[in-house]
Write a protein that binds this ligand. Structure first.
Ligand code: ADP
Ligand code: MG
Length: 696
């Protein structure tokens, strides 16, 4: 058996039963390694005793004494009340829940050791429900702090402690604690040894600085966090290296078609767009697959960069697939690309293939056959593009818009599909959900990242206003004025998570009501349950200015781009998440008009809703909003980890441990280059079977 196998897949021989094994599984502990990486949340200090007459409230203390009275009382409620005396004074101990066996065990004359927080109660100094065990006169005090582990119902601290102790003291298991970081790097980054750190965290000496342990800044913690970050970096780098070994079509920029598009656009590229396109252009000319994430705040102009990349592939004779998470956005891309690429393909829309889940069978068949035959060079669609039946003749580039909306499985499926005869297409992913730098450094380390950090000129700052919904009338007047002055507006209906039916009814009701109020305006309706044909028609009318007020659900959240729309009303904004609010608000402020976003909210607001509204009100910059969102929710929530499959960090926090993250990133390079065997062992220890997931 290989070394890693021995370390990781052996079912724990110390698990005494299947039931216990299942309880540990709930904690993510499945083998000996994961058990020793199950680290304490906090510690209790049972290494010394205090005297009863010397203790006061507000701190946890340990005392020892003899029970001098033991009584079950019924008033004010049933409880076991003891009096314990230690020579310095007397304390009352109250147990509100107790077993008859305890009444007996703590009989008068018994010596007990108690850990708890004293307070002044009805009878005098008392402790309620302290940790209590029976001792002899000379039972020694422990030499170590007592660890308290994360646990689950039915798994006692004593049991966890015992099992961990067993592994740590088993001489045949020394391998588990072996060092995976070369001495040179340990020295360089002033890191403690692995085994020393692990043993220390499970069993700190009584003199340890508890506050450093509890806020996890102790050097032993630093080592563990470093290891965790290192594992992540190693795995990302490995993936990166593997990618560089694959072959992709080399598609150099011969500036034939891209130049024509640039000349035909009504604007010139911003510097940032130019720079990023030249990076992408360079990548496409290489013979290994690009995997680039193009980040840019809402409205920063990512689409045109994607269009240029697409043309570079097309001018080299390769097909391009563009995928969007919603039908509305895919359709909008379809129209935009049709008009931009009209000069190449002619005005005939059929030269760009369209694929969506709602398509008629005939049209779909036709699209599939033109894609397979290679007669269409550009395919635009939704998730339907992932499906198995879709076969490309010569796919050179896959573009995924709003990539954070796609799940990990879909991304994986696409990558598989793309791999054909040893050739992997290039991949460009775009996202308007800005990921804070520290997170992108940790979670996206396998990708090349471009940041579009400049807005096209002439953008107006969106003014955000908060209105209690009791002031709805004022909002209605504003909308009316704006539309009568030739502007266009969105009215976004609330998110109703519990029920799609209810959501639909709400948007229909709102539409009917607003139509009655704005008799002389053209009001349109857009929601997810409409047929694609209807959606497309409504969007076209809105784009042409035929519809002045568009009542919509959050389907318009991503990508929709109508520059004349300069007013947005969002109902029940307190129900929406920050990134959704920011994305929605990004639908306005795209033209010359000063734009306004009105957030209607309903009281009472929860603490978190109030905080979110404050953040969105005070900030316009997507990165700042994302950063604050991250602080508010933590990385797990931020990514919707369960769906995305991004392995979450248990101990390290990329934001707080930014320095460690940078060091781990540098160390990962060196370790992979000079100590590949250690890298492998390190990954196995930290990621085990999960390391496959990282390849996505
Ligand atoms: P996003 O990055 O959110 O996808 P889009 O690509 O939809 O943004 O671009 C938003 C709008 O800005 C579009 O109407 C687009 O045509 C326009 N735009 C893009 N680049 C420029 C530029 N360099 N100058 C002026 N307008 C631009
Ligand atoms: Mg976009």
């Amino acid at each position: 058996m290989s070394e890693e196998k021995r370390n990781n897949s052996v079912i724990f021989d110390c698990f005494t039963s299947k039931a216990i094994q299942e309880k540990f599984a709930k904690l993510g502990v499945s083998n000996e390694i994961s058990l020793i990486l199950h680290l304490p949340l906090r510690y209790e200090n049972e290494t010394y005793l205090r005297e009863i007459n010397d203790i006061s409230g507000g701190e946890t203390v340990q005392i020892e004494g003899v029970v001098i009275s033991n009584e079950v009382m019924y008033r004010p409620r049933r409880q076991l009340v003891l009096q314990v005396e230690d020579g310095s004074g007397i304390i009352f101990i109250r147990f509100l829940n107790f077993y008859p066996s305890q009444v007996k065990a703590y009989s008068v004359g018994t010596r007990v050791r108690l850990l708890g927080e004293p307070r002044t109660g009805f009878f005098g100094t008392e402790m309620v429900h302290p940790k209590c065990h029976i001792v002899q006169k000379n039972t020694p005090l422990p030499n170590f702090l007592t660890p308290v582990y994360p646990t689950t119902a039915g798994l006692s601290q004593v049991m966890i402690r015992k099992l961990i102790r067993k592994i740590l003291t088993d001489k045949t298991k020394l391998e588990i604690l072996s060092e995976t970081i070369p001495l040179k790097i340990l020295k360089n980054y002033r890191l403690n040894g692995f085994s020393k750190s692990i043993i220390f965290l499970h069993q700190p000496k009584s003199t340890a600085q508890v506050h450093l342990l509890e806020d996890r800044t102790h050097p032993a913690w630093a080592r563990i966090k470093f290891d965790e970050l290192l594992a992540q970096q190693l795995s990302m780098r490995l993936h990166y290296q593997q990618r560089h070994k694959c072959t992709a079509p080399s598609m150099p920029d011969n500036k034939r078609l891209t130049k024509i598009l640039l000349h035909s656009l009504p604007f010139s590229l911003t510097n940032a767009q130019e720079e990023i396109f030249s990076e992408i252009s360079q990548n496409l000319s290489e013979s290994y697959p690009m995997q680039r994430l193009l980040h840019g705040d809402v409205g920063s102009g990512k689409t045109v960069v994607a269009a240029l990349a697409a043309l570079q592939a097309i001018e080299n004779g390769y097909q391009v697939a563009i995928m969007a998470p919603t039908e509305i956005l895919a359709e909008q891309h379809y129209r935009k690309f049709s008009s931009w690429f009209g000069f190449i393909f002619g005005p005939d829309r059929n030269s760009i293939a369209w694929l969506s889940g709602n398509q008629k069978k005939m049209q779909r068949q036709e699209a599939l056959s033109t894609i397979a035959a290679g007669t269409v060079m550009l395919v635009i669609g939704t998730h339907a593009l992932f499906q198995e039946q879709v076969k490309f003749k010569k796919l050179g580039l896959a573009i995924i818009d709003e990539q954070h909306r796609f799940g990990v499985h879909q991304r994986l499926a696409l990558r598989m599909k793309c791999t054909k005869e040893g050739m992997v297409p290039h991949q460009l992913m775009m996202s308007a959900t800005p990921i804070p730098r520290t997170l992108s450094m940790s979670y996206y380390a396998d990708l090349d990242v471009s940041l579009l950090n400049e807005m096209p000129p002439g953008r107006t700052h969106v003014i955000t206003k908060l209105f209690n919904e009791t002031r709805r009338k004022e909002v209605v007047i504003r909308v009316k004025e704006a539309c009568c002055a030739g502007k266009q507006a969105y009215w976004v209906c609330p998110l109703i998570e519990e029920s799609e039916v209810l959501q639909l009814r709400t948007v229909l009701d709102t539409y009917e009501k607003l139509k009655m109020i704005f008799l002389d305006l053209k009001v349109g309706l857009l929601h997810g349950k409409m047929s694609s044909h209807e959606k497309i028609e409504v969007m076209e009318l809105f784009e042409q200015g035929e519809i002045q007020l568009l009542v919509a659900t959050a389907v318009i959240e991503v990508g929709v781009d109508v520059s004349n729309a300069s007013l947005m009303v969002i109902e029940h904004s307190e129900r929406m998440g920050l990134s959704q609010l920011h994305q929605l608000r990004g639908r306005v402020g795209r033209g010359k008009e000063a734009s306004v976003c009105i957030l209607l909210y309903k009281e009472p607001l929860s603490e978190i809703a109030r905080k979110r509204l404050q953040i969105i009100f005070e900030n316009n910059n997507g990165f700042e909003i994302a950063r604050q969102d991250l602080l508010l929710r933590g990385p797990g929530e931020f990514f919707g980890v369960r769906q995305s499959g991004v392995p979450i960090l248990r101990f390290a926090d990329p934001e707080r441990d930014e320095n460690l993250l940078k060091e781990a990133r540098d160390a990962a390079k060196e370790i992979l280059r000079d100590y590949p065997e250690l890298a492998k062992r390190h990954l196995q220890r930290w990621l085990g079977e999960k390391s496959d997931y990282l390849k996505v």
